[in-house]
Design a protein. Structure first.
Ligand SMILES: *[C@@H]1O[C@H](CO)[C@@H](O)[C@H](O)[C@H]1NC(C)=O
Length: 392
């Protein structure tokens, strides 16, 4: 009897403690949550975001890339110029010191570009980014929007990180500061957020891309060794094109890694659409599509691995699309390995054949995560919001 009374008193104490915990829960769960997110950071983010002093060590980012781009160590070290954008204006022919165009096109060699404050940059003409340039939007809110956008033309070793690029419009032919610091004529340009033309070793990480008149990312004309990671693509008809035209045979050598990206909501097609070449599409989240998610033509080769495909509630549940065969056959190799399908999503794989491995070198290799953890691996995709005081 006595012990029964004691037990019920203890019971009441326990109840009181539980109530107290519920009352103070907001703080408690917040602390716990951030710890959990910290633990589930993907390998790229873990490499720099866990450093609370990342602002002092910005070039560390260059060592964090994975996939076909390899490590970006050519962008840092001896001779690196630190350049700060202080002026959001743009003059395409005679750019002023302090503008983005001066840092990205005029300055040659290794340059690490940061921004003094939040900015909306309305480019008058496409921005031609020169080799060994890093554009680092971490810690500020940078929009490249409402007119011309980014272009990499015959250049290599470029990092684009932490930008919001949207409402890009087509551009008529005209003169523009070239990536070699000399004014040159540039032909008609479609309204893409980022367009690569004969570019190599390009890393596109943690950008938010949406609502452009043509596509969000075009990788064309012999471009290769590209990694597209941690980006958030949304509100777009044509999202990502790998290989621009059927006749461009040099794109057979194209190799692209698409990893930790968040596609959707409201993306219609091309995530990506691939011609020729090889793409390793891995650990991405697809939040619906309208026509299809992944498509191709001209003997493309694609390994879809450990992605999460969530079909739209109605309409097409099929992930893939293939351009109709020609008389002599238009071959493709589309393989799905360890993908997860929700809401009735399906993936038509190529019958027979074999799954081509990416054959990554030591600098390119990374561990593929279980598709079950994709939701958390992509949870901070897009341009990050980094507070002044804590980790990014
Ligand atoms: C990886 O190597 C194998 C064996 O040499 C080859 O068949 C395959 O095509 C290679 N993968 C790529 C993406 O080139």
């Amino acid at each position: 009897m006595a012990s029964h009374v004691t037990n019920s008193i203890i019971g009441r104490y326990v109840l009181a403690i539980v109530i107290a915990m519920v009352v103070f829960l907001p703080n408690f769960t917040y602390a716990k949550k951030s710890k959990i997110i910290g633990l589930k950071m993907n390998v790229i983010d873990k490499c720099w975001r866990s450093d609370p002093e990342w602002r002092k060590h910005r070039p560390q980012l260059a060592t964090c890339s994975i996939g076909y781009v390899g490590k970006m160590t050519n962008n840092i070290g001896e001779g690196l110029i630190h350049y700060k954008v202080t002026d959001p204006s743009d003059d395409p022919i005679n750019p002023k010191y302090g503008t983005l165009r001066y840092g990205a096109s005029v300055i040659q060699g290794k340059v690490w570009i940061t921004f003094q404050r939040d900015m909306v940059i309305r480019l008058v003409r496409p921005l031609l980014i020169s080799s060994f340039t890093t554009i680092d939007g971490r810690g500020v809110d940078i929009h490249i929007a409402h007119n011309a956008c980014l272009m990499i033309f015959k250049a290599t070793n470029i990092i684009i990180h932490g930008l919001r690029i949207h409402h890009c419009k087509p551009q008529a032919p005209g003169m523009v500061m070239g990536s070699n610091g000399k004014v040159m004529p540039l032909g008609q340009v479609d309204g893409d957020a980022i367009r690569l033309v004969t570019a190599s070793k390009i890393w596109i990480d943690h950008n938010t891309l949406y609502n452009c008149q043509d596509g969000l990312l075009d990788v064309t004309r012999g471009s290769t060794d590209v990694t597209v990671s941690n980006n958030w693509f949304r509100f777009q008809d044509k999202v990502m094109l790998l290989g621009h035209d059927d006749g461009y045979i040099r794109d057979q050598n194209m190799k692209v890694t698409v990893v930790y990206n968040h596609f959707g909501p409201n993306c219609n097609q091309r995530m990506p659409r691939i011609r020729h070449g090889y793409a390793h599409v891995v650990n991405n989240m697809y939040l619906g599509w309208l026509q299809y998610a992944i498509g191709g033509s001209m003997e493309p080769s694609l390994k879809s691995e450990a992605n999460l495909f969530i079909a739209p509630p109605s309409g097409s549940k099929e992930v893939t699309w293939r351009k109709g065969s020609r008389a002599n056959g238009d071959k493709w190799e589309f393989h799905s390995v360890k993908d997860i399908f929700e809401n009735g999503a399906s993936f038509k794989t190529t019958k027979g054949g074999y799954v081509r491995k990416p054959n990554y070198t030591k600098d390119q290799a990374f561990n593929v995560a279980d598709a079950k953890s994709v939701r958390s691996l992509i949870s901070s995709s897009g341009a990050l919001r980094c507070s002044k005081t804590s980790i990014c």
